[in-house]
Design a protein around this ligand. Structure first.
Ligand code: PLP
Length: 413
C-alpha cells in the first residue's frame, strides 16, 4: 500500500470532525507532540480556571468556597463526567488520590468481597506500579494474600477457585495491546473472580463500556488522555452492585458517612464517596475538570476512528520510510487490538528519542528498548504522523542519534 502524500494527509485533516478541538490546546507551532499518553497537552482554558480558583475562590472566598464554589462536590461531579466517558453510571466513579493509591483501594475492596480466596492475579510485564501495589498488599497480609503474575497469554487459564481478583491494564502501556474487557470479565466471573481494570491508557483514548462489560472495579489517570495536568488526581470506578459491601481499607474521614459529624468510629459512606480518603486536591481538580470537559465535547466514536487512522498511517509510513533501519513494531498491526499508541523496539531507542526531541518530535522511551508514540486524536493531525516519520528517518540516515549527550539517561524518560 502506498503512503498518502502530505497533501493527501492535509486533506484528511481539513475534513476531520475533531479538527476544531486542536485549537482548544496550547501547542507551540512546529511541535510534534506524540507523548500525550504520558502527559496530555495543556487546554487553553486551564490557566484562567486555575487563576480564578486561586484568586477568587481561594483568595476571596476562603473556606466558604468549600460549599459556595462546590469544592467539596468536585470529586463526585468530575467523577460523574468521567463515568460518561467510560460507560459507567453517575455515582460509580469518583476522583481521588493517584492511580497507584486507587489500585490499593480497588484491590483491597475486591479482596474484602472474596474472603475465602488468596490470590491476586495479573500479567508479567504489567505497569510496574500495578505489580508493586499487589506486592505491597501481599507483604502486609502476613501470608494470607499471594501475588501471581503470569505470561500475558496464560492469564485466562490461571483463573481458578483460589483467585480473588484479576488486575489487568486494558491497553498495555508498552505494547499498546488492547484486551477485550467484556470477554475477559466474563471468563473471570465464570470462575468467581472479580476484575480490576487499569484504564490509564484507555480513558479518553478508546471507547470503554464498563457497565456493558460487567466490570467490577477500575482505576485510571487524569493526566494522560484526559489532559488534567501534571500529577492530576486519578479516578476509581466501583460497580454500583459492589458499593454497599466493598470495605474501604483506606478509611479516611472524607469517606465517612458523615465527615462533619466528627464521630470517633468509622462508618463508610453509602455510595462511591466511601472511596474518598482525605481532603480533595482542589487546584488539581480544577485543572482536571478543564481537560475532562474538553474530552466530553468529542464523540468517542470519532475519537476512536481518528486514533485508528493515525496509528495505521504512522505504521504505514514507518514501513515505507524506515524499513531496514532496525525498527521492530511491537504494537499489534491490526488496529482492532491496538489502543492509542504505537511502539517500536530499536537497539538505539533511547538515543533516537533524545535526537528527535531536539527536532521538535516528542515521543518517549520505555526500557529496555521501546520507542513509544502516543496518538491523541483531540490535537494531533494526520500530517504530524508523516512529519514525525520523516524526522525519525532523517535521524537514522544521518546517524544524528550517535552523540554522547544522547546516551546519558535522564531521571524521567
Ligand atoms: C501511567 C500509569 C499509571 C500511573 O500511576 P500513578 O499512580 O499516577 O503514578 C498506573 N498504571 C498504568 C497502567 C499506567 O499507564
Amino acid at each position: 500500500m502506498t503512503v498518502p502524500t502530505r497533501d493527501a494527509a492535509a486533506a484528511l485533516d481539513a475534513a476531520d470532525p475533531l479538527r476544531r478541538l486542536r485549537d482548544a490546546f496550547a501547542l507551540r507551532e512546529g511541535l510534534m507532540y506524540l507523548d500525550g499518553n504520558s502527559l496530555g497537552a495543556l487546554p487553553r482554558a486551564t490557566a484562567a480556571r486555575i487563576a480564578d480558583t486561586v484568586t477568587r475562590e481561594w483568595g476571596e472566598g476562603l473556606i466558604t468556597s468549600w460549599v459556595d464554589a462546590d469544592w467539596v462536590g468536585a470529586p463526585r461531579r468530575i467523577g460523574d463526567k468521567i463515568a460518561r466517558l467510560l460507560g459507567a453510571t453517575p455515582g460509580e466513579v469518583i476522583v481521588a488520590d493517584s492511580t497507584s493509591v486507587n489500585l490499593f483501594k480497588a484491590l483491597t475492596a475486591a479482596l474484602s468481597l472474596r474472603p475465602g480466596r488468596s490470590v491476586i492475579l495479573s500479567e508479567r510485564g504489567n505497569f510496574p506500579t500495578d505489580l508493586y501495589m499487589m506486592q505491597g498488599i501481599a507483604a502486609f497480609s502476613g501470608g494470607r494474600i499471594r501475588v501471581e503474575a503470569v505470561d500475558a497469554d496464560a492469564v485466562l487459564d490461571r483463573l481458578g477457585d483460589d483467585v480473588a481478583v484479576l488486575l489487568l491494564t486494558q491497553v498495555h502501556y508498552k505494547s499498546g495491546r488492547m484486551r477485550d474487557m467484556a470477554a475477559v470479565t466474563r471468563r473471570a466471573h465464570e470462575r468467581g473472580v472479580l476484575t480490576v481494570w487499569d484504564l490509564s491508557h484507555s480513558a479518553g483514548a478508546v471507547p470503554v463500556d464498563l457497565n456493558g462489560a460487567g466490570a467490577d472495579f477500575a482505576v485510571g489517570c487524569g493526566y494522560k488522555f484526559l489532559n488534567g495536568g501534571p500529577g492530576a488526581p486519578a479516578f476509581v470506578y466501583v460497580a454500583a452492585r459492589h458499593q454497599g459491601a466493598a470495605v474501604p481499607v483506606l478509611s479516611g474521614w472524607f469517606g465517612h458517612a458523615a465527615p462533619f459529624a466528627f464521630e470517633d468510629d468509622y462508618r463508610p459512606a453509602a455510595g462511591i464517596e466511601r472511596f474518598l480518603c482525605g481532603t480533595p486536591p482542589v487546584l488539581g481538580l480544577a485543572a482536571l475538570e478543564c481537560g475532562v470537559d474538553l474530552m466530553a465535547q468529542a464523540d468517542m466514536g470519532e475519537v476512536r476512528a481518528k486514533s485508528v487512522a493515525l496509528g495505521d498511517l504512522f505504521v504505514q509510513a514507518m514501513d515505507a520510510r524506515c524499513a531496514g533501519m532496525g525498527f521492530t513494531l511491537v504494537s499489534p498491526r491490526d488496529a482492532r487490538s491496538r489502543g492509542s499508541h504505537v511502539s517500536y523496539a530499536h537497539a538505539h531507542g533511547y538515543e533516537i528519542i533524545q535526537a528527535a526531541k531536539a527536532r521538535g518530535l516528542i515521543g518517549d522511551f520505555r526500557a529496555p528498548d521501546i520507542l513509544r508514540f502516543g496518538l491523541t486524536p483531540l490535537y494531533l493531525r494526520h500530517v504530524d504522523m508523516l512529519d514525525a516519520v520523516e524526522v525519525i528517518r532523517d535521524i537514522c540516515v544521518t546517524r544524528a542519534w550517535d552523540r554522547p549527550e544522547y546516551r546519558e539517561r535522564a531521571a524521567v524518560t
